[in-house]
Write a new protein. Structure first.
Length: 218
């Protein structure tokens, strides 16, 4: 999804002082940096070059988005959202991940229903630039591969965004959905291009951090 749409929304939210969240929310949430000893674990599952550049060289380093996340969390990349990877975890970031095996989707659904908190970036039209050819397994996936998980949770994703088919709350013209699932919570954002920034303090990342902080309070 075009980053200009996300940045426009982020700008409006900044002007409004995050008023859309309501005063009780603002009182509970702090999304600023934390001391290293106070940073909780954050498993990260992604097809995007956030942890390593496309070259995977020793000089590639992490992305600005990763640097921002690491101001608040101990980010731990994982390869699949299975029971072993999620054991003992309370919060999970899936940033435009590749399609998960069926057994991992079962594990993920159970983890959320048992009290896990998930932020899922599911872009229906990723515009992230890549030097890798089409079909390369290391190239970010052009669209979120929904293998039935969103439908199971009461959502439908199309090129125009998210629509509810169940009890989830959808806002911002289909950009964001929040779902109570069992004892857990999942926030789905129909965009991932906003992570492609040049600096950790880019405005678009503010919303990412606020949403993660909100999930921590649930």
């Amino acid at each position: 999804m075009t980053a200009r749409l996300w940045l426009a929304l982020a700008g409006l939210l900044a002007i409004a002082g995050l008023a859309w969240l309501g005063a009780p929310f603002q009182a509970r949430v702090s999304s600023g940096s934390r001391a290293a000893t106070e940073r909780p674990a954050l498993p990260l599952l992604t097809s995007l070059p956030l942890v390593f550049g496309e070259s995977f060289s020793i000089d590639s380093g992490g992305s600005p988005a990763l640097a921002r996340l690491e101001q608040r969390y101990r980010v731990a990349p994982i390869g699949v959202a299975d029971a072993a990877s999620l054991k003992g975890q309370k919060l999970l970031l899936m940033a435009h991940p590749r399609a998960q095996p069926a057994e991992a989707l079962v594990d993920l659904d159970k983890w959320v229903r048992d009290g896990g908190h998930l932020l899922l970036l599911a872009d229906p039209r990723l515009e992230w630039p890549s030097e890798r050819p089409l079909g390369d397994v290391l190239r970010p996936t052009p669209m979120f591969a929904d293998t039935g998980l969103l439908d199971h949770w009461g959502l439908r994703l199309s090129s125009s965004g998210l629509a509810r088919t169940g009890a989830c709350e959808v806002s911002e013209k289909g950009l964001i959905a929040r779902c109570h699932i069992g004892r857990g919570q999942a926030t789905v954002i129909a965009d991932a291009d906003f992570l492609n920034v040049e600096a950790p303090d880019a405005p678009g990342l503010d919303r990412l951090m606020v949403e993660l902080a909100w999930l921590e309070t649930r």
